[in-house]
Design a protein around this ligand. Structure first.
Ligand code: GLC
Length: 752
């Protein structure tokens, strides 16, 4: 990637020019046709109508009984002063509100948007759980179903996928993302965009997607939501930007900026992010919506003197649409009239938004997404729950399974199901749900009851609630454990302990849950612990003393069935952790791709003076990529197509993978790479590829990866994307801390 002039105004003007140029030159015939329509419409628009297109509001009582309708918003819509609404949903409601837009002078239809993050009516596992499946087709299908249900309900645009990389489980929004790794996060970003948008925008079973939150929101200082972000440009380009670029390459229709400052500049006011990088270097042709009032919040940040100053800074920096900030609606007309904002910049923003409305076919038929029959069919399609169950099973991670405790025997005489989340329904949906009905969620208790033999006794005892502030229920729980042959303990967070504005400084199991575990374990029965959470938690006592631990995140509408499928062996668990699980909050930020340092902990010379803690090992509780199976896999016979790699060429790395156990299963084989000596130090390993491979018991397959120059490349100290000649270590493993095979290849200097 070429070097960037990070700050010069020259680059900004050039970027804006090229962006506009790209909009006109790269277009296909259909694109050119749309552009002509956009230009024709733009010519008719007043300044007020143009600003109206940049104004987005959240729906509040727009329909329903006439006496408590928000008539102001409907009046504004009729005057063409609002371009998009969020949180208006359902065919009836969207038709009614769209009708108001069609009473405006130019009849420009509204865009209806919603946070369809992991399902609309059918709720899928939270995104971090889906990431644990490492199953890109399954992740894409999940987004497809969500889009189909939402689009059938009048929604044009979802504010997903969230593609923020994060190495800090204190930050509650890790539940919405794909974890800590840039490569995995980029692959998942692409899968989700394709799932939501389909092959081409405009289908009524697909919605516009949004790559958010641009950018580096997941690196908030101290893991505290909305906090400042401060990092080197090297970190930004190497770790946090690639998933956004993957979304651009997948054709993502829109971007959402982020609440945080990046190196002192609010993202929504950052021309570097929005014009230089996104619309300039990346040639992005969609539009950027602010994150809720992030434009107006620049006043609180201390970056804008007042809301007009905020509006000026935001539009000049490339923020196209103002969500709920009232900055553009209150100030932009005056700013353009006074010359403080160039009409050309305003027109560029309006053009980008109108382009999408034409692309969705809304000018041809503003109601095309609001079809009562399609809504009825989509929201009652039984196949959606089956897909949700399948995705959920693939997302569960078996962390521990001593003495082959799992799978459980369905014909067990009696099983005690204990814990505050055993009969939970709403919690299994996790955060960010919009339309579902918790009563339709399959609880784990439901799932167990439907899996065990008819004469198996299932004894349920909650022990305590999720907060677990009292031991009042412990005696009953211990009595249940006493009576049963085996014990299942269901612990973890409630759904609203993770998500937006849900940062935690203590990642332990809430309240006295650990004590509940210890009390039950005293009964001496094998104890399987199921943990439900929206993030990595710290549970060392349980991890040390439970015989088996299954991490289920929040597994969605079919969670109870999916978890029971794994517990009783109807599905062999295949999930792998997309985030490192720390032993202690004190280790955070923590990730697998660490640097060696000059005094590595394994350095025998420096017995004392080494990079380590005096109270905790450096290693995590569970590593990135960790996840057990009910079977075993062997890796052998590693070979390279050739050991010396010409610049620009590729090398094929192959090995034999065998299912050496008695059960069919799926293995996520992970390819890691290290550049041991380079012009800037490189991580001890970085994920560069993976395959999820299904093998029946005893089956062997030859597995291959193609190593290309991009895999060997990194941003050097001048931010030049480069692969430096020399040795590279290639590693194949079942987890970042479970490398089974490794070898070296040499990147040659030049054509030799
Ligand atoms: C929220 C979130 C963002 C969401 C938006 C609209 O504050 O940060 O992810 O899409 O507002 O609900």
């Amino acid at each position: 990637m070429a070097k960037h002039d990070m700050h010069g105004n020259k680059s900004r003007a050039l970027a804006a020019f090229f962006a506009a140029l790209i909009l006109t030159t790269n277009a296909s015939a259909q694109d050119r046709q749309i552009e002509q329509k956009v230009d024709a419409l733009l010519k008719q628009m007043t300044l007020e109508e143009k600003v109206g297109q940049l104004h987005q509001l959240s729906g509040r009582d727009l329909t329903g009984p006439a006496n408590n309708r928000n008539t102001n918003i409907l009046a504004e819509i009729r005057k063409g002063k609002i371009g998009s609404m969020l949180n208006v949903r359902g065919v009836a409601e969207t038709r009614e509100v769209q009708a108001a837009a069609l009473q405006s002078r130019l009849k420009i239809p509204l865009l209806f948007s919603l946070d369809v993050i992991h399902g609309y009516k059918t709720i899928f596992p939270i995104p971090l759980a889906e990431a644990a499946s490492w199953d890109l087709p399954a992740i894409e299908q999940s987004a497809q179903v969500a889009a189909k249900e939402a689009a059938a309900s009048g929604i044009h645009w979802t504010f997903a996928p969230m593609v923020d990389i994060s190495r800090d489980p204190r930050w509650g929004r890790v539940m919405e993302g794909a974890g800590e790794d840039t490569y995995l996060g980029s692959q998942i970003a692409r899968a989700r965009v394709l799932g939501f948008q389909g092959k081409k925008l405009g289908g009524t079973d697909a919605v516009m997607a949004t790559a958010k939150h641009f950018a580096a929101y997941g690196a908030a200082i101290a893991g505290r939501d909305y906090n400042a972000v401060d990092m080197s440009e090297h970190q930004l380009w190497e770790i946090y930007l690639p998933p956004f670029k993957a979304a651009v390459d997948a054709g993502v229709a829109t971007f959402m900026n982020s609440f945080n400052t990046l190196n002192g500049i609010p993202a929504t006011g950052s021309a570097y992010l929005q014009r230089d990088i996104l619309k300039g270097v990346w040639k992005y042709q969609g539009f950027i919506v602010s994150d809720w009032a992030s434009i107006a919040e620049m006043v609180k940040h201390g970056y804008a003197a007042d809301i007009s100053d905020a509006a000026q800074k935001a539009i000049n920096a490339g923020s196209d649409m103002d969500m709920e900030g009232f900055a553009y609606s209150s100030s932009l007309v005056q700013l353009v009239k006074s010359g403080k904002v160039k009409t050309a910049l305003l027109d560029d923003a309006v053009r980008r938004i109108l382009y999408k409305k034409f692309e969705l076919g809304l000018f041809d038929d503003p109601y095309r997404f609001s079809d009562a029959k399609r809504e009825q069919d989509a929201l009652n399609d039984p196949s959606h729950r089956l897909i949700a169950r399948d995705v959920a099973r693939k997302s569960l991670v078996l962390l521990k399974n001593d003495k082959q405790t799992l799978p459980l025997n369905k014909a067990v005489k009696s099983i005690a199901v204990i814990g505050p989340l055993a009969n939970a329904r709403r919690d299994l949906e996790g955060g960010w749900i919009v339309k579902s009905d918790a009563a339709q969620v399959v609880s784990l208790l439901d799932g167990i009851r439907s899996h065990v033999a008819k004469d198996t006794e299932v004894i349920f005892s909650p022990g305590c609630d999720v907060a677990c502030t009292t031991t009042d229920g412990f005696a009953a729980a211990m009595a249940a454990a006493d009576k049963a042959d085996t014990v299942l303990l269901v612990l973890g967070e409630s759904w609203d302990m993770s998500g937006e504005a849900k940062s935690r400084t203590d990642l332990g199991l809430p309240g006295l849950q650990t004590q509940l575990f210890e009390a039950v374990r005293l009964k001496g029965k094998p104890v399987t612990v199921v943990i439900m959470a929206g993030r990595p938690l710290v549970f060392n006592t349980v991890a040390d003393q439970a015989t088996a631990v299954l991490y289920t995140w929040f597994a969605g509408s079919e969670g109870g069935n999916a978890i029971a499928d794994v517990l009783f062996g109807d599905y062999n668990p295949s999930g792998k952790l997309p985030m490192t699980f720390p032993r202690s909050v004190g280790q955070i930020p923590i990730s697998y791709d660490t640097y060696e340092t000059g005094r590595p902990v394994q350095d025998v010379k420096n017995v004392v003076y080494k990079s380590a803690y005096i109270d905790t090992p450096n290693t995590p509780r569970y590593a990135f990529g960790h996840g057990l199976s009910y079977t075993d896999f062997s890796y052998s016979n590693l070979s390279f197509s050739h050991k010396n790699m010409q610049p620009g060429s590729t090398v094929t790395v192959s090995f034999d993978l065998r299912n050496t156990g008695k059960r069919d299963g799926e293995e996520v084989v992970q390819l890691y790479l290290r550049d041991p000596v380079a012009s800037i130090v490189r991580p001890v390993k970085q994920l560069k590829g993976f395959h999820k491979i299904k093998l029946v018991a005893g089956e062997q397959k030859r597995v291959s990866f193609t190593i290309d120059q991009a895999m060997l490349s990194f941003y050097d100290s001048k931010l030049t994307w480069i692969a430096e000649p020399g040795k590279f270590i290639i590693m194949l493993g079942s987890a970042s801390d479970d490398i089974r095979l490794s070898g070296e290849l040499q990147l040659l200097d030049k054509q030799k």
